[in-house]
Design a protein around this ligand. Structure first.
Ligand SMILES: [Zn+2]
Length: 503
């Protein structure tokens, strides 16, 4: 319990400001020890009382391969309560890391993000997701006594869209003096293939998540969600967030979904609906490529603009939805492959939504990886399966230098190893970011709500925080949050699976 108490203490300090830091300094005296014992008893009592809450009925968690699997079921408020309760340690750990990232890059304080969540995002969130988000707050509070409220959780859910889409839009509009250099993120390498491209002629889908390591090493949840309405979903995710958000998920109506982010995207619609809400809703309610597209377009706010790669195992069709704000394009085929590595390709999206992006500069990470996908997918036409996809997600061939070298241009990204960083994403030299985990599935597995996932670099290498920070003191601000990211084994997860109880 003492670990939990320390985390709560750390959280309170973060929220209340540095004025309370002296309390920690005195925590080894007798009085503080007595207080800690008392707090621990209270917390244990609270946790015991809450664990018999009827809202937890049917929910459970277990850990495997570096991942935390949670099964959530029921009405929206119960889904949220279970999420907040079962993942309380992980949310308490992730919130300070995610919120610090948001405030550090934007030079805006947390109050700004809370206010944005309250006034701009909350009123347009569907009632069922409002209930689920409030449920997360209630579950977290019941377990830990956390003082986070629903606007903290909504702002955290929007961590991919507020800092790098809304804030630059706002800075431009308000003509903010010396605005920080904010660029929309370019996260992930992925493909979806079908027909003559795959070994069995059915769909194969694969994705690795690129993000900064301090967020990415926390992106280790497998959510098995059985909602009262809509489809059952199995997806990866980050604690406290209701969408997969990197994104990778399958539902029991045949949809298989992933995406890669559009680099150098510009634009925001303050009257739109949050991306994390649309993405979650689409996975929960869509049973076809058309339905998926319709939900993503409804209230499109331009936030976290992605190239969505979608498969429908019922029709064996795959699609790419390039979802700009001013323009979008849907391609679809029953015999083909769509790959993504953070580049847009529709001429209208390129012109209207990503005016700065140069699709012809083969030195940049998105284009170098696009070339690599073309090589690998063409070389393996007719052979693609989950096993091969796992290898591709860990690929280290740099097409610009034409040699093996894990860096910012390889499908398995290691930007910490690159003296160049990725300027078009505002990732500096040796930025501690890259591929943080991978997932893959196929039609047969998706029918049984199964996929494989590997935590850490998909190639199996371990990132070590201490030597990195010693070599790169410019990232010292991440020290409280950045930790080792050991790679786990490729591990299969199955919705509804209850493992043998671990002692
Ligand atoms: Zn690698």
């Amino acid at each position: 319990m003492s670990d939990g108490i320390r985390r709560i203490a750390a959280l309170s300090i973060l929220l209340l400001g540095t004025g309370l830091l002296w309390v920690v300094g005195r925590s080894n005296n007798d009085e503080a020890n007595a207080k800690n014992d008392q707090d621990a008893t209270l917390a244990a009592n609270r946790e015991r009382a809450a664990s018999s809450d009827p809202r937890l009925k049917g929910a459970y968690r277990y850990e495997q391969g570096g991942w935390v699997y949670v099964h959530l079921e029921g009405d929206p408020a119960s889904l949220g309560f279970q999420h907040g309760f079962l993942l309380a340690p992980e949310i308490s750990d992730a919130f300070p890391a995610i919120s610090t990232n948001m405030t550090h890059s934007t030079k805006r304080d947390w109050a700004f993000f809370r206010e944005t969540a309250r006034t701009m995002l909350w009123p347009k969130i569907d009632a069922e997701y409002q209930q689920e988000l409030q449920g997360i707050v209630d579950g977290l509070n019941a377990r830990t006594g956390s003082t986070l409220d629903v606007y903290d959780i909504v702002a955290m859910n929007a961590f991919e869209e507020l800092p790098d889409y809304y804030v630059p839009w706002l800075n431009k509009r308000e003509q903010t003096a010396n605005p920080p250099n904010l660029k929309s993120p370019g996260n992930c390498s992925a493909f979806v293939a079908t027909g003559s491209w795959t070994k069995d002629g059915k769909i194969v889908i694969a994705h690795n998540n690129w993000t900064n390591y301090m967020n990415g090493e926390r992106w280790r949840i497998i959510f098995d969600i059985e909602p009262k309405t809509g489809h059952r979903m199995l997806m990866d995710g980050i604690p406290g967030v209701i969408a997969s958000d990197d994104d990778f998920g399958i539902n029991d109506d045949g949809l298989m979904v992933t995406e890669t982010t559009i680099s150098q995207f510009e634009g925001w619609d303050p009257n739109g609906k949050a991306e994390f809400v649309r993405a979650r809703k689409a996975l929960q309610y869509a049973g076809s490529i058309d339905e998926y597209t319709k939900i993503m377009l409804d209230g499109n706010n331009g936030g976290y603009a992605n190239d969505w790669l979608i498969g429908d195992r019922k029709t064996n069709e795959v699609a790419q939805l390039e979802l700009g704000l001013k323009a979008y394009k849907l391609w679809r085929t029953k015999d083909g492959v769509f790959a993504g590595s953070n580049w847009a390709r529709d001429p209208r999206v390129l012109k209207l939504d990503t005016p700065q992006f140069d699709p012809n500069n083969l030195e940049t990470s998105p284009n170098a990886r696009r070339v690599r996908w073309e090589q690998l997918l063409n070389e393996n036409k007719g052979k693609l399966d989950v096993e091969l996809a796992e290898k591709m997600l860990g690929d280290h061939f740099d097409t610009f230098q034409e040699r093996e070298e894990a860096n910012e241009r390889t499908l398995c990204g290691h930007v910490d190893a690159s003296p160049r960083g990725i300027a078009i994403w505002a990732w500096g030299q040796n930025y501690p970011g890259g591929a943080v985990q991978g997932k893959a599935s196929d039609s047969t597995m998706a029918q049984q709500l199964r996929f494989v996932a590997r935590m850490g670099h998909p190639c199996g290498e371990t990132f070590q925080a201490k030597p990195f920070l010693a070599a790169h003191p410019e990232y010292a601000w991440q020290e409280p949050y950045l930790r080792d990211m050991p790679a786990g084994p490729w591990t299969e997860f199955h919705a509804g699976e209850i493992p043998v109880p671990q002692r």
